[in-house]
Design a protein around this ligand. Structure first.
Ligand SMILES: [Ca+2]
Length: 110
């Protein structure tokens, strides 16, 4: 496995490591594993054999980001909200709300 290239300098050496390897000898990986990952908001840590990097699966949590720390703004264009045509979308942490526009009442969320 190619982890980087080490260069001799007078009295010492240094290594230029290729991701995800790091450290003086390129022997440490910079990614964290599910053992020390903390996925927020009920995200699920999954092992990804292709990337060899563990990651948080935030599906269904309403959050995104490396640790499911970022709220998804469902109300922005393409955000996937399901508010009806006579309602307005209000983004909230982890979800969104639909409010009927006067004079309409009823179920704002489809
Ligand atoms: Ca949201």
């Amino acid at each position: 496995m190619d982890v980087g290239h080490c260069v001799n300098v007078p009295g010492s050496y240094y290594c230029l490591c290729l991701a995800p390897w790091t450290g003086r000898d390129c022997s440490q990986q910079i990614n964290v594993t599910c053992d020390d990952y903390s996925c927020l908001h009920n995200g699920t840590c999954q092992r990804d054999p292709l990337r060899s990097l563990d990651y948080c699966n935030c599906t269904g949590t309403g959050y995104t980001g490396t640790s499911c720390e970022l709220d998804i703004d469902e109300c922005k264009a393409g955000g996937g909200h399901r508010c009806g045509g006579h309602s307005t979308c209000i983004n909230v942490n982890g979800s969104y709300a639909c409010h009927c526009l006067p004079p309409y009442t009823g179920k704002a969320r489809l």
